[in-house]
Structures are given as C-alpha cells and as structure tokens.
Design a protein around this ligand. Sequence first.
Ligand code: GLN
Length: 199
Amino acid sequence: APRVGVLALQGGVREHETVLRRLGADVVLVRRPEHLEGLEAIVLPGGESSAIDKLMRIFGIREPLQQLIASGLPTLGTCAGLILLADAIHDAAPGQLQLGGLDVVVRRNAFGAQNQSFEVDLDAPEISEEPVHAVFIRGPLVESVGEQAHVIAALDDGRVVAVGQGNIIGLSFHPEVAGEGRFHAKLIELTVARRSSAT
Ligand code: GLN
C-alpha cells in the first residue's frame, strides 16, 4: 500500500485519513520531521493556513517538506492546504509564509464567511469523467494561474477553484468532508507513476 502522509498539525485531518484508508493507503499523521521519512505522497488539509504555517516552522517541518514537494513528492492541498502551496497569497496573515510550488496567486477567505459555505458539482475531466463533489468552507480563490500551473476545475462563473502543476494538486474546497475520494485516488495514482519511473 502506498504510504501517504496527512499533515496533522491543525485542521481537518480525520476526513482525509478516512478517505485515504478507504482507498487502501497506509496513512501516516505527520507531526514531526521524522514522520516525513518514506512518504510516497502527502495531503495538506484545510484549517487555518497561518496557524499551520507557524506550527510547521516550530516543529521543523517546513523546510524538509518544502524540499520533498520541490523534488516531486505527490501533494494534494485542500483549502488552507492550497494556500500553503500557492507561490503568492493575497490577504495573508502578518508574517505568514508559503511553502510554494504552485505557480498561482490565491486570495484567502474570498468566498465569504463560514455560514456562506456551499456545495457544488464540478467538471474536472482530468480527475473523473463524472462531475466531482466540492464543499466550500471559507476557501481561497485562485486569482491568477501562472504559466507553470493549469486549471483543473472552475465554477460556472469562471472562478478557478482547482489547479495542478506536475506532482501538485490544489483545491479551494473540501472533497473529503463529503467523502469525495477521486482527488485522493489521483494522488495515489501519481505515487504509482512515480514508483515505476524511479526504477
Ligand atoms: N480561511 C482559512 C485560511 O485562510 C482556510 C479555510 C479552510 O481551510 N477551510 O487558512
């Protein structure tokens, strides 16, 4: 089984763990740098991106994780996870740093307050022939997509909410809270592709 980490410093860890186990992954909750050893993929969950950033620095996870992602570790970021992966953040908290890796600019909290949360089905042909289910909870908006990145899905009005770049997938929303597993399945697919190209 592929060994998949979930960054477990803060935020919505449990639902990712459930989806990944259902898909047959061996899940590691990442709280210390040594938990990164031997991972074949990682999920950066939703939560509060500035808090996760702070905790990554306190626990010495930020730099090794940044290196792993830059060297091709398959990575799925949801909501706060997308914010961490964006090369630039609008409305960042004071002193907030990003891991980077996705050539996009995101704006935090662009979909309004918690009570303005909503759910939609999105076309994401790269992920599935059938629409995927997306739950938006105070998510970031992808304001611009640079040359290195590409759009995976957008809302009907054109707002971009899912992006990819090589080994990285970033989502403005939460697939995991509705049990939507196809993005995680894609992540696992990337580990298999990487295994066979490493031999
Ligand atoms: N508003 C949060 C942030 O800026 C993200 C919300 C979420 O992950 N559900 O980090």
